[in-house]
Design a protein. Structure first.
Length: 48
C-alpha cells in the first residue's frame, strides 16, 4: 500500500520535472556530472 502510494507520487513528481523544468533538470544533471568527475579525479589521486 505504502509502496504504491509512494511510487505514484514519485512518478508524478518526475513527470512534472520532465514537463515543467527540463532546463533546470538538465542543469542539475550537468552539475552532478561535473561533481562526479571531480570526485573521480580526487579518488584517482588518492589511489595513486
Amino acid at each position: 500500500m505504502v509502496k504504491i502510494i509512494f511510487g505514484s507520487k514519485f512518478s508524478d513528481y518526475s513527470h512534472g520535472l520532465a514537463r515543467g523544468s527540463s532546463q533546470i533538470g538538465s542543469a542539475i544533471l550537468a552539475a552532478l556530472t561535473i561533481v562526479l568527475v571531480l570526485v573521480a579525479k580526487k579518488l584517482q589521486k588518492t589511489i595513486n
